[in-house]
Design a protein around this ligand. Structure first.
Ligand code: GDD
Ligand code: GTP
Length: 421
């Protein structure tokens, strides 16, 4: 029997996802029509013998999270639970803290998935390759290739090319170590708890004083406190993937992830994608339209567009590479490119909302999505996708270019490269 843990973090994190993460926890932000972690759960449910999924984070339980869990349990017919850390315990602190619950039912091994990555996760393949590791092996890390320069922003792995053993691990190194990077997806045997206990005890001893400024003594960092000590010990192995994988840390990344998840729907023949037909809008490439949305037949959508629940799309609207969230209204003839339109916002007639993609450089093999710094030296926003927060009114006949609009704004004119507070 197997289990999976999804690390969903908490409210302090996800600052680069604002203003969208102001409304709902970042892991619930919808990509390709479903919350980010819905895709993780769907991937876990493909693994034969996987019986339970545990979400660990430090969000207060809230309506959105509870509703999501109930509906995912019903849809996937699997037990899903949320375990809340009393404070941020780091990427492994929660796993150690809730060890009894994780070990209930004696799982042979369990997956750990960061919530802020997206991809075509080869979990069954990881399990198969994990089973071939020598006895006593503790874990398998999913890894992928990045460019030399980009590798410095990830966990870097040096492997034995023949046995795929992890020989050396460095977390976000200052100088080049390896182009093989940690995808934030792991498979561990219960033996990991011995390593976690060691890390826990040594942290306790190191921090044994009465300084209340020190964060929780229970904090364990999976990367520094577990992977680094295990490397070179014959206990940690790599499973390399060439399939789609990306971090999902910014709104720009959501547009990129949206495109790839839609392509996966296309490949798996899923019924989620819209089709062309009589009295239907024109569909170009991969487009997801929620069944409750009303789209005028003269609208042209795609490629890579997701239309959420109860969205209204008027006559002659053009949409491309964008996500439109629940309850938004796109009035006649507006044009939305490389943008996210927030919940219940309205875009006026003939207005144009446009952003700039931050896609990986297609000429650089293995390039990953860049998350550029938000501002230029003169304080302007760096061109990026346009994000319209929730309940925003964009008037008729204006242009909003490369901007971020905070929620509840009633805009009066055109904006370019600005954050509209
Ligand atoms: N429950 C819980 N508690 N989750 C946490 C906590 C915590 O205290 N801190 C972080 N997380 C979750 C985040 O929500 C995220 O899903 C995941 O753990 C990774 O956390 P980050 O701290 O943001 O790490 P990172 O994304 O910069 O780097 C990690 O992921 C990269 C791949 O995306 C590392 O594992 C890198 O080595 C790796 O390359
Ligand atoms: P993610 O994409 O989720 O990583 O968020 P981000 O990259 O936009 O946020 P960043 O890493 O810059 O951190 C945002 C805030 O969270 C900062 O104030 C950090 O000090 C804090 N923070 C980062 N990691 C942790 C953690 O593990 N625990 C806690 N409590 N705070 C953290």
């Amino acid at each position: 029997m197997f289990k999976a843990i999804i690390l969903i973090g908490g409210p302090l994190k996800g600052t680069r996802f604002r203003p969208l993460s102001l409304e709902i926890p970042k892991p619930l932000f919808p990509v390709a029509g479903f919350p980010m972690i819905y895709h993780h759960i769907a991937a876990c449910c493909q693994v034969k013998g996987l019986k339970e999924i545990i979400l660990i984070g430090f969000y207060q339980p809230n309506d959105a999270l509870n509703k999501f869990i109930i509906s995912a349990q019903q849809e996937f017919k699997i037990q899903i639970r949320y375990l809340q850390e009393y404070t941020a315990l780091g990427t492994a602190g929660g796993i150690y803290h809730f060890r009894d619950q994780i070990l209930t039912g004696n799982p042979q091994c369990f997956f750990v998935l960061n919530s802020d990555v997206c991809g075509d996760f080869p979990l069954q393949d990881m399990l198969d390759s994990h089973k071939k590791n020598p006895d006593g092996s503790i874990g398998t890390v999913l890894a992928t290739e990045a460019t030399r320069q980009q590798s410095l922003t990830f966990g870097c792995i040096v492997e034995d090319q023949n046995t795929h053993e992890v020989l050396h691990y460095a977390e976000k190194p200052e100088t080049f170590v390896s182009t093989l990077i940690n995808c934030g997806i792991y498979l561990f045997s219960p033996l990991i708890f011995q390593t976690l206990e060691k890390a826990f005890k040594s942290n306790l001893e190191e921090n044994y004083n009465f300084d209340f400024n020190i964060p929780s003594k229970e904090v364990i960092r999976l990367e520094q406190d577990v992977l680094i000590p295990l490397a070179g010990d014959g206990k940690l192995f790599v499973h390399q993937t060439k399939r789609f994988w990306s971090q999902l840390k910014s709104a720009g990344a959501a547009i990129y992830a949206n495109r790839h998840y839609l392509a996966i729907y296309q490949r798996t023949g899923s019924k989620q994608l819209a089709k062309n037909g009589e009295n239907k809008p024109q569909i170009i490439g991969d487009v997801f339209i929620h069944p409750t949305a009303q789209v005028h037949p003269s609208a042209v959508l795609g490629p890579n567009v997701t239309i959420g629940r109860h969205v209204v799309v008027g006559e002659g609207v053009r949409l491309r590479e964008s996500i439109v969230l629940e309850g938004a209204t796109l009035q006649d003839h507006c044009c939305i490119l490389y943008s996210i339109v927030g919940w219940h916002s309205t875009i006026g007639v003939w207005s144009r909302v446009e952003g700039t993609p931050n896609d990986p450089n297609p000429n650089k093999p293995f390039a990953k999505l860049e998350i550029p710094s938000m501002f230029t030296t003169d304080g302007k926003l760096n061109p990026s996708i346009t994000v319209i927060g929730s309940d925003v009114q964009v008037p008729s006949e204006v242009i909003i270019l490369n901007s971020i609009v905070l929620p509840h704004k009633d805009l009066a004119g055109c904006y370019k490269n600005q954050i509209i507070l």
